[in-house]
Design a protein around this ligand. Structure first.
Ligand SMILES: *[C@@H]1O[C@H](CO)[C@@H](O)[C@H](O)[C@H]1NC(C)=O
Ligand SMILES: *[C@@H]1O[C@H](CO)[C@@H](O)[C@H](O)[C@H]1NC(C)=O
Ligand SMILES: *[C@@H]1O[C@H](CO)[C@@H](O)[C@H](O)[C@H]1NC(C)=O
Length: 196
């Protein structure tokens, strides 16, 4: 025969278990939400990049070889109000189609929160070998006085929150098309795509 007391104790016990489970689930959801809110408020916004005042000097193409100097200003804005950025390793490239025309290692720099930096770039191409098709197309654009280039930047960055600093992350910047006039500066701005 079943004990009548055991029959009444079982529903009470399972109710207790259910209450404990619900409290636990509520706690987990609460902790999860707190972590999400903290993470969202700390998550750095991507810096904003654009190219301005692009020009080429001494552009010369002969026998599928190129000489030239590319000048432009990279504008970098850090939109975060609490996060500063260290740029530890900076590399800048000029491409035409898939051909790399020039590269330069930039100076490391520090970008405080809500700060805009202007990086003056001067990339020199010296006897760069081009594929035949690129040499022909670039020659045609040069003759028309308007060359379309791509500018890329790669950087290793760290974020700084107060006195706490993150590890390195890779930042990539793609700017395309950058219109460059043969002789004079192009005041047009090209907005860049930034990935972190
Ligand atoms: C671009 O050139 C103009 C005129 O020379 C100058 O006023 C402006 O500050 C330059 N822009 C940048 C980002 O240096
Ligand atoms: C590039 O410059 C070198 C000298 O530095 C010269 O010998 C070569 O002919 C030039 N090439 C072009 C395409 O102008
Ligand atoms: C330019 O490169 C070509 C082939 O890569 C080479 O034959 C030529 O000597 C180079 N010229 C200079 C000035 O370095």
């Amino acid at each position: 025969m079943a004990n009548p007391r055991a029959l009444t104790a079982q529903p009470r016990q399972s109710k207790l278990v259910r209450t404990i489970c619900m409290v636990l689930i509520a706690l987990i959801v609460l902790i999860g939400l707190t972590v999400l809110i903290i993470w969202l408020s700390l998550k750095p916004k991507k810096p904003r990049y654009s190219i301005e005042n692009a020009s080429i000097s001494n552009l010369n193409i002969a026998n599928n070889h190129l000489n030239g100097t590319f000048n432009f200003v990279i504008r970098a804005f850090n939109p975060n109000s609490r996060v500063s950025i260290y740029y530890d390793k900076v590399e800048v490239y000029v491409f035409y189609d898939k051909d790399k025309l020039a590269a330069s290692a930039g100076q490391p720099f520090f970008q405080p929160h809500r700060n805009e930096n202007h990086l003056d770039e001067k990339l020199v191409a010296q006897n760069v070998t081009l594929t035949g098709k690129v040499a022909k197309d670039l020659g045609l654009e040069k003759a028309a006085g308007n060359v379309e280039l791509d500018v890329q930047m790669k950087a290793k960055v760290r974020f700084k929150y107060g006195s706490w600093k993150t590890g390195h992350r890779r930042l990539r910047v793609f700017c395309s098309p950058v219109f460059v006039q043969s002789s004079k500066k192009n005041s047009q701005t090209t907005d860049c795509h930034v990935s972190l």
